[in-house]
Write a protein that binds this ligand. Sequence first.
Ligand SMILES: [Zn+2]
Ligand SMILES: [Zn+2]
Length: 434
Amino acid sequence: MKKKLLMVALMSAAMGLASCGQQAASSPEGSHASVSESTSQSSESKESKESKESKESSVSTEASSVAHVHRWGAPTYTWGDEHADCTAKRVCLDDPTHVEEETATADVQTDPATCTEDGTATYTVTFENEAFEEQTFVDTLSATDHDWGDPEYTWNDDYSECTATRTCLNDSEHIETETVKSTYETAGHGDPTEEQGAFVNFIATFENEAFEQQIELEYLDCLPAMSKLFFSLNEDEESYSVSMNDSNISGCVRIPKEVNDLPVTAIESSGFFGTSITRVIIPSTVVSIGTSAFGACTALEKVDFEGEASGFTLGQGAFENCSKIERIYLPQSITEIPYRAFKNCSKLDYVDFVSLLKQVTVIGEEAYQDCGSLKTVVLSTTLTEIKSRAFDGCYQIEPFFWGYADDWAKLVIGEGAFPDTIAGVDSWEGTLPL
Ligand SMILES: [Zn+2]
Ligand SMILES: [Zn+2]
């Protein structure tokens, strides 16, 4: 009877156990379940001791300071300095002196920040105690921003444009660049006219505030006489042709590369015919010079081509009667010297189809007729035809045929191409004439 009563008391202890049951099930380390087992199998002396405890617990489970199944509170997690570690902790709801605590070191995975994009550092801790969940903390690494090197500035050939560039020291693919058109102001004394040339301050001003205004002092021997030039839009509507706007144009004329952001590609037929210009500077954007463009420019001494135009063509009589030109270095892409191109250029003294006019195949009729000062003419085997009267009247001419006799077999020489004084040339029949 007494023993049966004891069993009831044990049962109630077991019932008390069941009231924390879920916790006990999920927490295998909650070892108080062994109490009932050991009790039921039990020796007499232990049994009586246990029964005493069980009686007490059955009387007052709440106040129990003896063995019980913990009812753990929710775990708390506390990160250490700089997330190097994390401490997990849980406290028994029934007795705050029952504490489980574990500190684990964090693993760090870093996705580094770039100049423009934030990165992350992900800290992860896992605990041995399965009651504690894995913790992660993601820290944002702020974008570093660019670390720009000093800007560099480059001017183009004619100082019409300046380019500023700066490169990031963190990543050389980070580049800021800006190209601007320059303005210019004349510098120094006097009031040089557009044709005379002058010291000029070229000024480049950038939108990017990181770039400083650039000022370059240069002597410009020939300013673009824009007010004296006339530009007409070509049919392609993507380029301009230039001619004079004022027949009184004189001195040096610099043809600009561009007008209204479109290239100047042609000099119009008769564009500067009969004017008093002394020098013309032609940019490489110009690929054609029209018929009689500079005809009868009797003051014209210098024709400067800046850079090499491709597919360059010259019009008939383009420089006819330019009696002051001694030498002219045409773009090397020219393939034909047309009719009367240099007729009566009485000071022209040298023409070279070997090292300069390498691609010319045809010398047109009267191309160099009456060039009375023309002495040295170096002729190349690339020539296929020297047309009638090409060098007629060039009484000082000393043509030099460069190459082997066989290479000249395809050359056709027109009637009166050379002056009568040069024996054999007119009767050219496929052998070296001189
Ligand atoms: Zn507890
Ligand atoms: Zn950068």
